[in-house]
Write a new protein. Sequence first.
Length: 61
Amino acid sequence: MGEVMEQRAAGKKRAVTKDVVKRFAAKSAKVSAQLERRDVPAGHVRSAKVAAYLAARRAQD
């Protein structure tokens, strides 16, 4: 599996895998976006104009 890291809190030792850290970071980012009203509703579809704009921006990079 993944590499195991140790985390110490309040004198306790706990093994934490990299997968757990990644899941925690993803969940934290999602909640942060919701608090800042930056989340995208499920089922949202971009307009053709926006899709074309993003495609042009990606082509520049």
